[in-house]
Write a protein that binds this ligand. Structure first.
Ligand code: PAF
Length: 280
């Protein structure tokens, strides 16, 4: 089957009706486009698990808290379609704005605890926008499984919680972060880094790994945090926004290591904000 480009809610619903009636599984990879190897890994996992794969490409205005960030977010639909075609995706759902938001939206989804702290402190309303659009995509496409990268660990926690709390019939599949050789997590935002900034960017991952290593060696949360922050100090090109040791499910800071833990960080390099995390 060759790739279908679907622009409307009716068309994508009609498209998935076929596989649903035949008892075939549908995997959804929600994206904002500008597909890179990280997205391609999500698509590979969806392809391996499902009969039919749908990729959504929609730059969701209600999750941007800075209008510039929304305006300059890369939009590369032709290249995205080519990448999807070569990854044997069945359909791309790329609705125009009026299709997703034909009128101002009055109903939103708020995942109270998981949206708090970390990025939630610095991007007010961001996770409400994410949860709301993902809920819309789930309702429109009715996939069996949906794939999300662990690089956006707080987003993953928010969506997993939303699915559990609201009994949404979709299985959330987390996919490991894809990294450059020097450790930098792949992100559409990496394209904005200058050559000099790009040299510095992997430090964020190295700091997270140093903190994780300290915990693996039996260190406490405070020591781990200080070890990580030390790696980032004296680096004038990089400004740390947060560096926290958190519970991997709730993404809330922990005082001691008990269960599944992540170390999560965000930093600005010039005008580019990078986030990353590692599991401990
Ligand atoms: O991770 C993203 O690209 C977006 O936040 C998502 C999940 C597609 C919602 O717009």
């Amino acid at each position: 089957m060759s790739l279908r480009l679907l622009r409307t809610v009716d068309h994508v619903r009609e498209f998935v009706r076929g596989p649903n009636a035949r008892g075939q599984s549908v995997g959804l990879v929600p994206t904002m486009g500008a597909l890179h190897r990280g997205h391609m890994r999500l698509i590979e996992c969806a392809r391996a698990d499902n009969d039919v794969v749908v990729v959504s490409v929609f730059v969701n205005p209600i999750q941007f808290n800075q209008s510039d960030d929304y305006t300059y977010y890369p939009r590369t639909l032709d290249a995205d379609l080519q990448a999807c075609e070569s990854a044997a995706v069945d359909a791309v759902f790329a609705p125009p704005m009026e299709e997703m938001y034909p009128e101002p939206i009055h109903t939103t989804v708020e995942v109270a605890r998981e949206s708090q702290g970390l990025c939630g402190n610095f991007r007010p309303g961001h996770f409400r926008g994410v949860a709301t659009v993902v809920m819309k995509l789930f309702n429109i496409i009715q996939a069996d499984k949906a794939y999300f990268g662990e690089k956006d660990a707080q987003q993953l926690a928010v969506i997993s919680r939303m699915v559990r709390d609201l009994n949404i019939p979709v299985q959330i599949v987390p996919v490991e972060t894809v990294r450059e050789r020097d450790g930098l997590a792949l992100s559409s935002r990496n394209a904005h880094l200058t050559h000099e900034q790009r040299q510095v960017a992997p430090l964020l991952y190295h700091a997270l790994e140093a903190a994780a290593e300290s915990i693996r060696a039996g260190g406490d949360v405070l020591t781990a945090r200080n070890t990580g922050l030390n790696v980032l100090s004296n680096q004038p090109l990089l400004r740390v926004e947060y560096f926290e040791v958190v519970d991997a499910n709730t993404m809330q800071p922990v005082a001691s290591i008990a269960g599944a833990t992540r170390i999560a960080a965000a930093a600005w390099i010039g005008n580019t904000r990078l986030i990353d995390n590692v599991r401990v």
